[in-house]
Design a protein around this ligand. Structure first.
Ligand code: BGC
Length: 974
């Protein structure tokens, strides 16, 4: 498959919308013939010849005409049509046609028209694009109508380009069929439900990735590369080169690896428990498993180090690549592979695998499904059965909890002979081939995965069907659909940084990682703290999502943000069970939440490295801020997107149930006449069971205020809903108390002299020492610094940003001076034992104008998964994997911090404070349903409202209020 050299366009509905003129002309003719003719009937005429269209029209009316009258009628229709289009102008070109044609011409791609219309040349002239075409093949040149491929074959001939190197753009199914029969790649323009046979379907060129059409590789600044093979990098690379589509994650391991090298195909939302061990996500059997044998040598990089090796990750299109050269005593064999987890159909994964031997030799390829999976607390696949049916391998498994999981592997290859071998839990095809020297052999694998969580009757039947459809569609079409879906993500969410290639790369990488576990396909899941990089942290969702990741989605991809927020509404049941378990009312959200919302955090969550004994931790029962974080997320969703549907669809109920929980948790101090929150754990987990943690109290105050606001909102917008809800949850009698507590909750204030806010009551009395001093007391590299005997517990050294989180989240409630004083005070006392910490210090520093200080922390958070500079163990427990919260923190530091973007829901505010080394930052932002493009440099912001905006939202750039109508832009300097 070479790169595309020719592009052939249908006219109507692709370049220009003349469809309505055709419709008007046919309708007029139908009227004359007394035939009822609707716009639905008109759909059947699209893309087919005039004569055939007339026949259909006559069939509709049950009429016949003599041949001569038919010709006359067709001419009449055409003359009316020509009359209608006489006044067509370039303004009627569909969006982005000219930029796309220009792009193709600049790259030497040849263009032809391939339209059944006999007036194509006239129309191209009127549209002023004739000169961009190398050939025009229209209805005057061919005799057979689409779906016959004649027209496209003629166009390819006219361009002098083989059909396989041409792409067709078509809006009608007949045209799609014609293009496919011509052996071309066909991109449909229109409705995917109609253009089912197209390799890919787009709405219009504005959403098309131009480079993808001609197979132009992604730009180098989107490619992560590791050159050379180093055994010790396998664990880090597994996370670093991760793929994911929100449904499943696949670690960046090599195809020949097994469970000892931490291969993991981690299923989102499918959890299992074995005995008393932690419940964790299930890893599926590995359908990409492939290893080559040459002579006696098994070409597994681990045992037979490659002479040359490169692993790549194309972040733009989410494609993993490997290129290795193995030397054996007799040969030199090159292995290349490319794989992706489809974002278009999350149940599909596909791989292209290629090999080439320098000398003729018998090679054996073993490729199939490896059922020996890596588990931390497994085995989860209690029953595993493999079978082979008409060229596919089917592996069915049942988890201990009774869920079914099916992996189906299908393959496309055209060499050698194969036999299928089952060895233990692994089923492989053994393909033997007498490889010719220097000939590259290619095969494709299509894997489909379904589980009983997916709402299908039979996971097996669904997986079989999806893999068969995938084979049918072919690798290229799957790739195009997948890559286009990722391109769409980047067009929404990319951030372009000027002057700092390293920072730019790390930021993009963070955005890539953030998306991997994002559940675009369901609102029943959220993003786990380690993404889909394996089973660590029980695959559980923490406050990380709301406080560190959600802002990215809120401002760039609201549909995804909605799923994340809805997950909390859907898991309210678990939160209520947890509150009840501890004797409280309302909803106490899980510190570690899986699919039901029940808390999977244990009371003994850390094991002491010295004694091997489990340690009592108070993350589960005392980290009450989690409920406030959930409320914050829901309310932010409403403020930033302007969409109140979530409030009416469970969100308001969550907010009220959380308020009810806080009221039942709080103490009223008579003497002080205030509510206090005693015996809590704040973000700094080294200091558990403290009173009045500043962040917790602020967050709880916010969520109570939010409850009051949401009541007003419901009452105002729909009082019947309001009354029904409060009666259903029986909270009417508690509302006064909630209001009272929102007024009288104590929130620690800055010390009048130092401006420092005490992290919790009595923090000031703890031992003062430096971090270096504390570290000098460490006796074991993995010892836990918190808990009963932890080194930090009795000192002022904190695990992670805590007061600083409050200053960031509630930035408008605190003065510049208070932020500075607290940053300066707490920063040297922070151990950054959590990957959530660095970004917060970056954000607060940027907020107080210290972007240079902030930059180091930005880089720390943005490079965490690239450098691997993070804790692998707490006690004896492995906690490696990816860090989506830190990735979200990188985006926040760049856009909210340096970019100075923020909103209280009233207006979208922008006041950048770029680090000295950045010359600019550019990004797209969504605010209350409207889209804007922001380009900022030092002292200047240009903001442009998208041409599709419906309303002029309220903006404030560098303090200047603005309102921009669709398409308008304004530059503000200061
Ligand atoms: C941090 C928590 C965080 C969790 C998951 C812990 O180490 O202290 O704040 O939610 O990791 O990332």
């Amino acid at each position: 498959m070479g790169a595309i050299r020719g592009v052939i366009f249908d006219l109507d509905g692709v370049l220009v919308d003349t469809a309505r003129y055709h419709y008007l002309a046919w309708k007029r003719l139908a009227g004359e013939l007394h035939i009822d003719f609707t716009s639905e009937d008109n759909e059947r005429l699209k893309g087919i010849s005039r004569v055939r269209s007339l026949e259909i029209l006559l069939e509709l009316g049950g009429k016949t005409l003599a041949e001569a009258d038919k010709a006359k009628a067709a001419d009449k229709k055409n003359s009316w049509y020509l009359e209608y289009i006489r006044d067509i102008t370039p303004n009627e070109l569909l969006p982005d046609v000219v930029p796309f044609l220009t792009y193709l011409r600049e790259r030497g791609v040849k263009l032809s028209l391939g339209s059944a219309s006999k007036n194509a040349a006239v129309i191209l002239d009127k549209l002023a694009i004739s000169s961009m075409f190398d050939a025009v093949v229209d209805g005057t040149h061919v005799s057979k109508a689409k779906p016959d491929p004649e027209i496209f074959l003629a166009a390819a001939r006219a361009l002098g380009i083989p059909p396989a190197l041409c792409v067709v753009f078509e809006d009608a199914s007949a045209g799609v069929e014609a293009g496919k029969s011509a052996g071309m790649t066909v991109i449909g323009v229109g409705d995917p439900a109609v253009l089912t046979e197209a390799d890919m379907v787009i709405k219009n060129f504005a959403e098309l990735s131009f480079p993808l059409v001609i197979e132009e590789p992604s730009p180098p600044d989107f490619i992560l590369t590791a050159t050379g093979f180093h055994k010790d990098d396998a664990e880090l690379n597994g996370s670093k080169f991760l793929l994911g589509n929100g449904y499943v994650g696949y670690r960046g391991t090599l195809e020949e690896y097994g469970k000892d090298s931490q291969v993991a195909v981690t299923m989102a939302g499918l959890y299992d428990k074995v005995g008393d061990a932690w419940r964790e996500p299930v890893n599926a059997p590995n359908g990409f498993y492939t290893v080559l044998t040459a002579g006696g040598d098994v070409l597994n990089a681990f045992e037979h180090a490659p002479a040359r090796h490169q692993q790549t990750l194309d972040m733009r299109r989410a494609v993993h690549g490997r290129d290795s050269v193995f030397r054996t005593s007799a040969n030199e064999i090159r292995v290349r592979s490319e794989r992706f987890l489809s974002l278009d159909d999350v149940h599909l994964m596909a791989m292209k695998y290629q090999f080439k031997a320098a000398r003729a030799e018998k090679l054996v390829i073993r490729t199939g499904v490896d059922g020996e999976v890596w588990d931390i607390n497994g085995p989860h696949l209690a029953e595993l059965h493999a079978s082979q049916a008409s060229d596919r391998i089917v592996v069915n498994a049942r988890t201990n909890e009774g869920h079914q999981l099916t992996v189906v592997e299908a393959i496309e290859f055209d060499f050698g002979t194969q036999r299928v071998v089952a060895e233990g839990k692994t089923v492989v095809r053994e393909i033997t081939i007498d490889a010719e020297p220097d000939r590259e052999y290619t095969f494709f694998k299509f894997i489909s995965v379904f589980t009983s969580n997916d709402g299908v009757q039979s996971p097996e039947a669904a997986a079989v069907e999806h893999s068969a459809a995938a084979v049918q569609r072919g690798y290229r079409a799957l790739y195009l659909r997948h890559a286009q879906a990722w391109e769409a993500r980047w067009s929404r969410s990319d951030v372009v940084v000027g002057g700092d290639p390293e920072g730019q790369f790390a930021l993009r990488y963070s955005i890539y990682q953030l998306y991997l576990a994002a559940p675009g396909h369901t609102d029943k899941l959220s993003i786990p703290a380690r993404g889909l990089s394996g089973q660590t942290y029980k695959g559980a969702v923490f406050w990380d999502t709301e406080m560190f990741m959600l802002p990215f989605f809120l401002y760039t991809d609201p549909a995804l943000a909605k799923n994340l927020v809805k997950y909390r509404c859907n898991t309210l049941g678990g939160a209520k069970r947890k509150a009840a378990e501890y004797g409280y009312r309302g909803a106490y959200y899980a510190w570690e939440s899986q699919e039901t919302g029940d808390d999977v955090c244990t009371h003994f969550n850390v094991t002491d490295v010295f004694t091997g004994r489990p340690m009592r931790t108070y993350f589960r029962d005392k980290q009450i801020h989690i409920s406030a974080d959930v409320v914050y997320g829901i309310w932010q969703y409403y403020l930033i997107t302007g969409d109140d549907s979530v409030l009416f669809d469970g969100g308001a109920e969550v907010i009220l149930e959380c308020a009810r929980f806080f009221y039942s948790y709080a103490y009223f101090k008579n003497g002080k006449n205030r509510f206090e929150l005693l015996d809590v754990t704040g973000p700094d987990e080294y200091h558990e069971r403290v009173n009045n943690n500043a962040f917790t109290n602020s967050a709880v105050k916010y969520s109570l205020d939010t409850a009051v606001r949401v009541l007003e909102l419901l009452n105002r917008k729909d009082d019947r809903y309001y009354n029904a809800l409060i009666d259903r949850i029986g909270i009417r009698d508690e509302l006064a108390s909630i209001r009272e507590m929102s007024q009288a909750l104590y929130v620690p204030a800055p010390d009048p002299k130092t401006l420092v806010i005490e992290q919790f009551d009595g923090y000031e009395r703890l031992e003062e020492l430096t971090l270096t001093e504390l570290k000098s007391r460490i006796k074991h590299p993995n010892e836990y610094l918190g808990g009963g005997c932890g080194l930090a517990t009795t000192t002022k050294i904190i695990k992670q940003a805590d007061v600083a989180v409050m200053l960031h989240v509630f930035k408008n409630d605190h003065s510049h001076e208070v932020k500075r004083a607290n940053w300066e005070y707490y920063e040297p006392r922070t151990e950054h034992g959590s990957s959530l910490s660095a970004c917060i210090y970056a954000l607060v520093a940027a907020d107080i104008g210290e972007s240079d200080w902030a930059y180091g922390y930005f880089m720390k958070t943005a490079t965490i998964d690239l450098s691997g500079d993070y804790k692998r163990f707490v006690g004896p427990l492995y906690i490696g994997g990816t860090h989506p919260a830190a990735n979200g923190g990188a985006w926040m530091s760049a856009v909210l911090g340096f970019g100075g973007l923020n909103s209280d829901g009233d207006a979208l505010k922008i006041k950048p404070s770029l680090p000295p080394r950045w010359s600019s930052i550019g990004y797209r932002v969504c605010f209350q349903g409207q889209d804007y493009r922001v380009e900022a440099s030092h002292g200047e912001v240009k903001i442009t409202a998208s041409a599709d905006n419906k309303t002029a939202g309220r903006l404030e750039v560098a303090g200047k209020p603005l309102q921009l109508a669709a398409g308008e832009s304004e530059t503000v300097r200061w």
